[in-house]
Design a protein around this ligand. Sequence first.
Ligand SMILES: Nc1ncnc2c1ncn2[C@@H]1O[C@H](COP(=O)(O)OP(=O)(O)OP(=O)(O)O)[C@@H](O)[C@H]1O
Ligand SMILES: [Mg+2]
Length: 267
Amino acid sequence: MIANVLSIAGTDPSGGAGIMADLKTFGALGAYGMAAITAVVAQNTRGVTGFRVVEPDVLTAQIDAVFDDVRVDAVKIGMVATAEIATAIADALTRHGAKHVVLDPVMVAKSGDRLLAAEAVAAVRDRLLPLAEIITPNLPEAADLLGTEEPSGLAAAIEVAGELKALGPASVLLKGGHGGGPDSTDIYFDGDTLETFTAPRITTKNTHGTGCTLSAALAALLPTMPRLAAIARAKDYVTGAIAASDRLSVGHGHGPLNHFHEVWPAE
Ligand SMILES: Nc1ncnc2c1ncn2[C@@H]1O[C@H](COP(=O)(O)OP(=O)(O)OP(=O)(O)O)[C@@H](O)[C@H]1O
Ligand SMILES: [Mg+2]
């Protein structure tokens, strides 16, 4: 089966993050990609220079246009920007009974620019988290959602994964990209099973869009694979895309991942 997968997120005209990264990821992993835009973002590998959030009714119309016509097998939610957008997404996905919802609670870009208004964190937590099959916060986002300090060390991170699960998602993948150490370890918890997914930490500045890419990969794979297998495959895909990023020459800041590393022949 070729899964139809919808990304609800912001844009990146430089192609490495947001909707653009999501569509590349869906395609690379064999899914049919679709996209509804929450915000038009001016950004590149160096940072975000500005963005304009779409009117909530324009976003609702985009989501309705997809669901009214297409069988949607999974949904990835990325940049939400405002509480009104969070509400519009929650209402639409509830109305359409969306399956396999992956929520990447994007708050701050790699460049440090804020992509979710501070006062919108509560709306994401209260309206979107409970709809998600899996949420993929990084360590600072986990702390923001819980109103606590960022955990340091594996034991503290495992505790935080449990606290996030209690907020209502079916499962949590707490990402360790921001942690230190020789490995980048992500922690999975669904209230029952606790699992860690580890890959060697790759030394590169090309990490623009890692989070977008991982969550998009999960959405692409969940319709056709058991959840833990989908996570393992998604992590493997992202690690490979980071490792092959040096083949690209895009921008002067944090460069994009090589989304098609498994597709394009090696030189
Ligand atoms: N240097 C690295 N080497 C290997 N894996 C990495 C590296 N950096 C991040 N990852 C992995 O990439 C995935 C995304 O994690 P990360 O914590 O970077 O997300 P993020 O902070 O949301 O990213 P973004 O800033 O793009 O939104 C995770 O599986 C993480 O373990
Ligand atoms: Mg992120």
